[in-house]
Ligand binder design. Structure first.
Ligand SMILES: Nc1nc2c(ncn2[C@@H]2O[C@H](COP(=O)(O)OP(=O)(O)OP(=O)(O)O)[C@@H](O)[C@H]2O)c(=O)[nH]1
Ligand SMILES: [Mg+2]
Length: 224
């Protein structure tokens, strides 16, 4: 008998999407706007969230979920900023899924939050198909992964709302063309927002802050 594992994967994804919808409903009910921060390993996801907490922490009540294969290193970095934090370990899995995030949400004081950042496991493949219940999908890459990284991973960029090309401060040193990465992202997804950023110099950071604020405002107005 011929067998294939495609239907199983289809079922898993279908179930995941159902739970993600429930998560989104729950977050929306509490007025929390959630950002799924995906991206390459070491591209600057944790630092982006930390700097955003520093920048917006007095204006908005922010929480953070740190997804990692093992350990609580990123969770500890968020905790240092005094925000409600949950660390989720995926074990052997290379992405968060909606079920795991639902468990994370039960440990979050949702009634005390406006914005939730969910840092996904670092890579550009597995997180693509697994919605978590987020309102916005953000992909962070950096110039140090090579300036062909975007064209090599079209799927994750095609599902994102915003792409951040980070570490432009070292583009020359690593011989990368950040403008090419921006162009590749726009070719894959013409509707998408693309920001060149340096978390070291601050380039592009205020545009990101505008994106976060506008996204939150949009969901707040739509649901109240
Ligand atoms: N030069 C430079 N370094 C940066 C920038 N952003 C982040 N880094 C550095 O890049 C390294 C990785 O940053 P993280 O924020 O830990 O990256 P991450 O994406 O969370 O990494 P994982 O969770 O391990 O996938 C750290 O040493 C940061 O200080 C930047 O804009 N420029
Ligand atoms: Mg990290």
């Amino acid at each position: 008998m011929h067998t294939t594992d495609i239907p199983i994967e289809y079922d898993i994804l279908k179930k995941n999407t159902e739970i993600a919808r429930e998560n989104r409903r729950l977050l929306t009910e509490y007025g929390v706007t959630a950002f799924n921060i995906m991206g390459a390993i070491g591209s600057g996801k944790t630092l982006l969230i930390e700097k955003t907490i520093e920048r917006l922490g007095s204006e908005y009540r922010i929480g953070a979920i740190a997804g990692d294969v093992v350990a609580r290193i990123d969770a500890a970095r968020f905790e240092k900023h005094g925000v409600p934090t949950v660390g989720l370990n995926t074990g052997r899995e290379c992405h968060l899924d909606a079920h795991l995030v639902r468990h994370g949400l039960t440990d979050m004081p949702l009634d005390l939050l406006d914005i939730l950042f969910i840092e996904n496991v670092g890579n550009l493949i597995c997180p693509t198909d697994y919605e978590l219940g987020e309102h916005r999908r953000v992909v962070v890459v950096s110039v140090s992964e090579g300036d062909d990284i975007v064209e090599k991973h079209p799927l994750i960029f095609s599902t994102a709302d915003l792409i951040i090309v980070n570490k432009v401060d070292i583009a020359q040193a690593v011989n990368a063309d950040a403008d090419k990465m921006v162009k590749d992202a726009r070719t894959i997804n013409p509707r998408i927002g693309v920001l060149k950023m340096s978390l070291k110099t601050g380039e592009g950071f205020e545009d990101w802050i505008d994106f976060v604020k506008k996204s939150h405002e949009q969901y707040r107005l739509a649901n109240h």
